[in-house]
Write a protein that binds this ligand. Structure first.
Ligand SMILES: C[S@@+](CC[C@H](N)C(=O)[O-])C[C@H]1O[C@@H](n2cnc3c(N)ncnc32)[C@H](O)[C@@H]1O
Length: 170
């Protein structure tokens, strides 16, 4: 099976612990969509499996197929799910958040902390944004033999999630 590394910043995979830490804050009566998984990369499929194991109801949809472009996130119309939960490809994060805003969906996205300083992010999410700060830096290299630590911080950007607090420090 081939592992596609088109852009290095797009291939960071979420450890189960990073989802487990925020589970207590997530409503259980919603349908969640994890769009960023790649049919040709088994590691990329794990995030959705972890979320199912942690008890969330996930949209039953095949993963993205880069060969045929089937199930591309950008062609999803937002039907059948309430909340997008994912770690998106960082190289296209602006396009991803713009799309979620356009289709008017709540989300929890793992994004580099610096994203909040960008003009586009502030313009799009001045209202409705809440933030969860992880306990410790998320290590996306968890599955590698050489678990070299990650060199940047990420936070959970939450939009229209109606969490009890706007800032949650884990
Ligand atoms: C940062 S990785 C995260 C994978 C997984 N969501 C996780 O949290 O471990 C992003 C994945 O999205 C895939 N991807 C890239 N463009 C996509 C698109 N338009 N639709 C769906 N998936 C895409 C990439 O190949 C990559 O495997």
């Amino acid at each position: 099976m081939s592992i596609i590394h088109k852009n290095k910043s797009d291939e960071y995979y979420t450890p189960k612990s990073a989802w487990e830490d925020i589970i207590p804050y997530l409503p259980k009566d919603k349908i969640y969509y994890e769009p960023f998984n790649n049919a040709s990369n088994p590691q990329s499929l794990k995030s959705k499996e972890f979320l199912i194991e942690l008890g969330l109801t996930m949209l039953d949809k095949d993963p993205y197929d880069p060969e045929t472009d089937d199930n591309n996130f950008f062609s999803d119309t937002g039907e059948g799910w309430d909340i997008c939960i994912t770690n998106p490809p960082f190289s296209i994060k602006q396009k991803v958040v713009k799309r979620l805003k356009d289709i008017d969906r709540a989300f929890i996205l793992i994004l580099p902390t610096a994203t909040i300083n960008t003009g586009y992010f502030k313009d799009l999410f001045r209202d409705g944004l809440q933030i969860i700060i992880p306990k410790k830096r998320i290590n996306f290299n968890y599955y590698l033999d050489n678990k070299k630590s990650c060199c940047f911080d990420c936070i959970y950007m939450c939009y229209n999630m109606n969490l009890e607090k706007d800032l949650i420090l884990l």
